[in-house]
Design a protein around this ligand. Structure first.
Ligand SMILES: NC(=O)c1ccc[n+]([C@@H]2O[C@H](COP(=O)([O-])OP(=O)(O)OC[C@H]3O[C@@H](n4cnc5c(N)ncnc54)[C@H](OP(=O)(O)O)[C@@H]3O)[C@@H](O)[C@H]2O)c1
Length: 347
């Protein structure tokens, strides 16, 4: 190869890289920083766990907050704790609560949110966090669980969003978050009722992000991994052996860390929030056609998605191995039990 070619090829590659960079730079929507001070935020599922910590973070950033859940005692306690925190800041922030079942339908949610807006001002921030998970192998789950999971994890967020979005569009300001899950990026054994609801939130959020861009209303998605909450402890009680073994690989995060990471992304105008190295890898891997506003994130997705796909295939192989191993062990146990029973009958 001539010397000219040896110089020309890297120069041409560099120029091509710069052109791609420019295309990406001009294609991604500009990030809009979001200011929390004196805004009114509604957090569904704000009486406990991740939702409560999101409410804490919103108070610390100067918001008025309305928390929504069903259990009145939990709401009263959470609201009192949040109000103490708010009072310590001396900014005359207010914390209210609304007890509704988020699966009660659009009218129930709209009426509660309208009340909240009359009490603490127009709703600037909506965090769709209420939800929970049931897990078991597909054939062991009652069919009604699929409907219930969709109602609480997905449809509640659609109804809540519809209840606030027109006003945000009119005022050309606002932020709407959806609390999905790492299981909304990577579906594993036992999550046939839960994962689709969290994947659905991502699809809904992707669409809304595009539709709301002209109205300057931000949309974000939080993908929590295993997080140390009451809900997660309940989950562990019924979690199939396979799911437990697979999710052990992901570690355990505190609700405070998860909430803080998401509030930082809201402030910076970022779309997706992931946690830890595994979460970051999953975020890069599943970015696909989802919105992106950070040039750095866009470039890492472009550069690393292929290699992370290969790593994920190794993970999938490991998880498939766990599934087969548990299956074979159960078969062997059943066989052993059958033999013992036959032996007993013969004696
Ligand atoms: N913890 C994790 O490991 C993890 C991982 C990934 C994703 N997530 C997601 O993060 C969100 C919060 O989880 P978490 O672990 O913090 O849960 P949590 O500790 O069980 O708290 C759930 C909150 O949602 C409320 N809620 C549940 N069902 C409701 C309904 N039908 N109507 C109104 N409020 C309802 C609960 O209050 P009431 O019971 O009083 O209504 C509570 O305030 C959920 O969407 C969950 O799927 C959690």
């Amino acid at each position: 190869m001539s010397l000219i070619l040896l110089v020309l090829i890297p120069v041409a590659a560099f120029i091509l890289f710069l052109i791609v960079l420019l295309f990406i730079f001009f294609s991604i929507p500009s990030r809009r920083d979001f200011h929390f001070f004196r805004r009114h935020a509604i957090v569904t599922g704000g009486s406990k766990g991740i939702g409560f910590q999101l409410a804490v973070g919103l108070i610390e950033r100067g918001c008025h907050v309305t928390i929504v859940a069903r259990n009145v005692k939990d709401l009263e306690k959470a609201c009192a704790d949040l109000q103490v925190l708010a009072d310590q800041r001396g900014q005359r922030q207010k914390v209210h609560w609304k007890s509704i079942d988020m699966t009660g339908g659009y009218d129930v949610i709209k009426s509660a949110f309208d009340d909240a807006a009359r009490e603490l001002g127009p709703i600037d921030i909506l965090i769709n966090n209420a939800g929970h998970s049931v897990q078991a192998p597909f054939c062991e789950l009652p069919i009604t669980d699929f409907e219930k999971q969709m109602a609480v994890n997905y449809l509640s967020a659609v109804h809540a969003t519809r209840a606030v979005v027109d006003d945000m569009k009119t005022r050309k300001t606002g932020h709407i978050s959806f609390v999905s899950s790492a299981a909304g990026q990577f579906a594993i054994f036992g999550y046939s009722a839960y994962s689709p609801t969290k994947f659905a939130l991502r699809g809904f959020a992707d669409t809304l992000h595009m539709e709301l861009l002209p109205y300057k209303v931000n949309v974000g998605v939080l993908y929590p991994p295993n997080t140390d909450t009451e809900g997660f402890k309940v989950e562990l009680e019924t979690m199939p052996e396979e799911t437990k073994k697979m999710s052990e690989a992901a570690g355990l995060f505190t609700p405070k860390d998860v909430a803080e990471a998401h509030l930082k992304d809201i402030a910076d105008g970022n779309y997706a929030t992931t946690m830890g190295l595994d979460g970051w890898m999953l975020g890069v891997l599943t970015a696909g056609a989802c919105p992106e506003k950070s040039l750095f994130r866009a470039l890492t997705q472009g550069a690393l998605a292929g290699i992370f796909r290969c790593i994920t295939l190794v993970y999938l192989g490991y998880f498939n191995g766990i599934t087969k191993k548990c299956y074979r062990r159960r078969l062997a146990e059943a066989e052993e039990q059958r033999e013992t029973e036959q032996q007993r009958k013969r004696e």
